[in-house]
Design a binder for this molecule. Structure first.
Ligand SMILES: Cc1cc2nc3c(=O)[nH]c(=O)nc-3n(C[C@H](O)[C@H](O)[C@H](O)COP(=O)(O)OP(=O)(O)OC[C@H]3O[C@@H](n4cnc5c(N)ncnc54)[C@H](O)[C@@H]3O)c2cc1C
Length: 427
């Protein structure tokens, strides 16, 4: 078997990061800046997984798991309606059932509260961590810290909005209730039917999530990180490190960080012996290149259940959750459905000429918390399962991984969440 250690078998990398999504790349940069020799391995170019096409929303307000008990009532519709916002492919149902069972168990009051506390702890540190990270690469312009808005159209949704505002306030999420006139003032192109909304001032959006990965890669390379394009097929923890297998050969490193997003379960099992209940909530976007000036910031529709984010290359409509696993092909009709859903939300319909559809795999665990951990005597690090919030939580995850690797590093000066809630052994 060939060695991939840059021809240097005597001197393996300190840390091999598997996965060059936003999580892996942010961690690689952090570790390199802490003085580690880092190599990143991915069979795709960096940022071509879920991190490519997300909605770009720094969603610090989203402290509740995506599901609540109403999911039970919606199950028949999920199975029947291929275009619904939440979709379960009936062919995938047998494989999804154990995951769903765990999800439902996690909706009981005590685990639900643990989940909310765990998401909240990460989200509360997310904006500060991103500000620090973007400052270190001299690109604070990539993030617009201009808030986001959840609008509602039906007068009878007012009660749901009030209830949501109360729940969010209870979780210390900064939120303001806007009347219709306030919405009209800042987003005059939205329909007259908009009744008002909730504005979240401590949120923001990235102008191009893929570009963010690219800029972090550039900075990582400048800090000495090496990028290798191979698929990792397995691995083994050894006495003095970890060996990884690829189709092209093997690679050894003192430590390995698994950051393969929705594809992390296999390597985790190979290295730790632990079977994690990781599944994917597939999501879609439709990028509208002719719609630059429609919205000042990210706007979500309460009733239509999707988000619209103004980006450098146009307006991105994104959302929907589809349970159909990692292997079945995308149903791009779901991406086009986002355009149909937008009809009536604006005074003039959105122009979908030259629009591009996309599907990506959100990495989701049934308690809606990521795994961020250090196991196997510190030889294996884990950072995956960030579900709907991987972009939001990438910078704080990198700080946490940095602290796990070098507890005395300068990361310590920022208050970081305790990692107990994100441990592997909760499964
Ligand atoms: C439609 C949609 C909208 C979203 N909107 C938002 C949002 O607004 N805000 C937010 O915070 N989050 C959002 N998310 C979620 C966010 O995109 C993900 O949580 C995040 O991108 C996960 O990043 P990652 O690095 O863990 O995974 P990925 O970006 O998927 O990266 C994993 C990488 O691992 C590589 N890999 C996998 N297996 C192997 C292997 N065996 N060997 C080598 N490499 C391997 C893959 O090629 C990939 O590059 C959204 C997701 C979707 C789908």
């Amino acid at each position: 078997m060939t060695s991939l250690n840059s021809g240097n078998t005597q001197n393996p990398a300190d840390i091999a990061v598997v996965g060059a999504g936003i999580i892996g790349v942010a961690c690689a940069l952090r570790l390199a800046r802490q003085g580690k020799r880092v190599v990143v391995i991915d069979h795709q170019d960096p940022g071509h997984g879920a991190s490519f096409g997300n909605a770009g929303h720094l969603a610090t307000e989203q402290v509740f798991p995506i599901a609540d008990l109403s999911i039970l009532k919606r199950l028949p519709a999920m199975l029947m309606d291929p275009m619904g916002p939440l979709r379960l492919d009936w062919r995938y149902m047998p494989r999804a059932l154990p995951w769903f069972t765990r999800l439902l168990l996690n909706l009981r009051p005590a685990p639900f509260q643990r989940t909310v506390a765990g998401i909240r702890a990460l989200n509360e540190s997310s904006l500060g961590a991103w500000q620090r990270l973007l400052e270190t690469i001299a690109r604070p312009d990539l993030l617009k810290e201009d808030g986001s808005l959840l609008v509602f159209e039906r007068p009878d949704s007012g009660q749901a909005i009030d209830a949501l505002q109360a729940r969010m306030r209870h979780q210390a999420v900064p939120v303001d209730l806007w009347q219709a006139s306030a919405v009209r003032e800042v987003a005059p192109q939205l329909s007259e039917h908009i009744q008002g909304g909730l504005f979240f001032p401590r949120t923001g959006h990235f102008l191009d999530p893929y570009r963010v990965v690219g800029e972090l890669v550039k900075a990582a390379k400048a800090s000495g990180v090496q990028f290798i394009k191979h698929q990792v097929t397995g691995g083994r923890v050894q006495e003095h490190g970890v060996s990884l297998l690829t189709h092209q050969g093997s690679l050894t490193a003192r430590q390995v960080l698994i950051a393969c997003g929705a594809h992390s379960a296999r390597l985790t099992a190979a290295l730790t012996g632990k079977k994690v209940p990781l599944d994917t909530e597939r999501g879609y976007h439709l990028m509208l290149p002719h719609e630059h000036q429609r919205l000042p910031f990210a706007v979500t529709s309460l009733e239509r259940k999707f988000i619209m984010t103004p980006m450098a290359d146009g307006l991105r409509l994104a959302g929907t959750v589809e349970f159909a696993g990692l292997d079945s092909p995308p149903n791009m009709e779901r991406a086009w459905q986002l355009h149909r859903l937008s009809k009536g939300l604006f005074k003039r319909d959105l122009n979908a000429e030259a629009a591009t559809p996309w599907m990506g795999f959100r990495p989701s665990l049934p308690d809606s918390l990521p795994i961020i951990d250090r196991v196997c005597d510190g030889k294996v690090l884990l950072a995956f399962g960030h579900q709907h919030l991987g972009l939001t939580q990438a910078a704080v995850t990198a700080e946490l991984i940095g602290r796990m690797v070098l507890p005395a590093s300068p990361t310590g000066v920022h208050a970081l969440p305790a990692v107990e809630a994100y441990r592997l052994d909760r499964f």
